[in-house]
Ligand binder design. Structure first.
Ligand SMILES: [Zn+2]
Length: 92
């Protein structure tokens, strides 16, 4: 199995190379292997780039722009509606 225990300083994390997860949660959240995961990947003699989420790969980037992106007219051409303008939330 692809389970690793990685100790860094005072902390120890469980890395799962198959599920692309680490106990620190950085890999799970970002899709990019954290330092713990990269340690495990190196120890397994594999390449970290093979463990980066497919959403960062060129193929998926191109697919995102594959469909037609329709032109949007400027504000001067927008239809005026009777309701109040929608403002952003109040700054806190
Ligand atoms: Zn981690």
């Amino acid at each position: 199995v692809d389970l690793w225990q990685v100790t860094s300083g005072q902390q120890t994390h469980a890395v799962n190379l198959q599920m692309h997860t680490c106990g620190c949660r950085k890999w799970d959240l970002s899709g990019i292997p954290c330092n713990h995961a990269i340690s495990a990947i190196n120890k397994a003699k594999r390449k970290p780039e093979d463990y980066v989420s497919k959403f960062f790969k060129k193929e998926i980037y191109l697919a995102a722009y594959e469909p037609m992106i329709y032109p949007v007219p400027g504000e001067h051409d927008w239809t005026r509606t009777p309701g109040p303008d929608i403002d952003p939330p109040a700054f806190k």
